[in-house]
Design a protein around this ligand. Structure first.
Ligand code: GLV
Length: 326
């Protein structure tokens, strides 16, 4: 029997690839070349399934031209890079990698939150530039984390994991979400209190964004929302570029209308608005929220398991569009 054909569109762990090669005819990309849309389209010809990451975009046009695919397996929890409606219309399964990255990504929200609050990047740049000549009582004074109010916009699994970590800091947690959590989940999330979006913005000392990106969440944080925040507040975005209006955020940071921002994701990444680089009060990282060795492996394994199931006629564990099975 001929083996199914699989495209692994980005570099991955060699042992993960080897296991796939035992079952499938695999075209890999261990050089990690970034394929243009045309190139990706070309390489999908004759493939039964593709493993890809959130950096590759699969538009309705590309999907319509590749209806022979059985499965698109994203190595990410977010899947706004894929036109899922178009895939569903074409009967193509789409899978993601939820849960395995919740705790690592929540850790990272805290990394950025604390770096922001205590001005870690800014003061390290000062030190590296050889500017530290004296200890001063008022040098790089930041905001306290302990005892502060933590605001979370988007209270899914990662948001709840962020909230749980605040217990040790004796924080009050407020959150806004499409729907209110069940009381037992609120209790586990450090007794998180559901509030309207406006109250969240006005009351949070540290605001963390953990929303999935969609047309509805585009620029959910723009100039009007930033204007409601405290001038001492910090903002963390570990979710997706496009949730925040980057131009509005740059203006707010420049004019100190909020204290600082920690950003792991950007509109148009990996290109980022050049003005970010001119601001001292921002911590910038290259979309590494899920980036621990253990979790990236778990994500690669999860995507592989989804692909194996899809090509074996089983229901993939993380199928986003189950309607295609009907
Ligand atoms: C990363 O951004 C993911 O969606 O997993």
């Amino acid at each position: 029997m001929t083996k199914p054909n699989v495209l692994v569109a980005r570099a991955t762990f060699p042992d993960v690839l080897e296991r796939l090669q035992q079952q499938f005819e695999v075209e890999s990309n261990q050089d990690d070349t970034i394929f243009s849309t045309e190139e990706l389209h070309r390489r999908m010809q004759g493939k039964d399934a593709v493993i890809m990451t959130s950096s590759e975009r699969l538009s309705a046009e590309v999907i319509a031209a590749n209806t022979h695919l059985k499965a698109i397996c994203n190595v990410a929890v977010g899947y706004n890079n894929i036109d899922v409606a178009a895939a569903s219309n074409a009967g193509i399964m789409v899978t993601n990698t939820p849960d395995v990255l919740n705790e690592t990504t929540a850790d990272y929200a805290w990394t950025l939150l604390m770096a922001n609050a205590r001005r870690v990047s800014e003061s390290e740049h000062f030190l590296r530039a050889g500017k530290w000549t004296n200890w001063r009582f008022d040098q790089f004074l930041g905001a306290d984390v302990h005892g502060a109010t933590l605001g979370i916009l988007g209270m899914g699994r990662i948001g709840q994991a962020v909230a749980r970590r605040s217990m040790g800091f004796d924080m009050q947690v407020i959150y806004h979400n499409r729907s209110r959590l069940a009381p037992e989940l609120e209790a586990r999330a450090n007794n998180a209190r559901y509030v309207g979006k406006e109250e969240l913005l006005r009351s949070a000392d540290h605001l963390v964004l953990v929303l999935p990106y969609s047309a509805e969440t585009h620029h959910v944080i723009g100039a009007a929302e930033l204007a409601l925040m405290k001038p001492t507040a910090t903002l963390v975005n570990i979710a997706r570029g496009g949730i925040v209006d980057d131009v509005a955020l740059i203006a707010a940071l420049r004019e100190k209308r909020i204290a600082s921002a920690g950003l792991d994701v950007f509109e148009n990444e990996p290109a980022l608005h050049p003005d970010f680089l001119t601001l001292p009060n921002v911590v910038l990282t290259p979309h590494i929220g899920s980036g621990s060795e253990k979790t990236r492996r778990a994500m690669a394994d999860c995507a592989s398991a989804n692909l194996v199931a899809a090509l074996s006629g089983e229901r993939p564990p993380n199928l986003i569009n189950p309607q295609v099975l009907k």
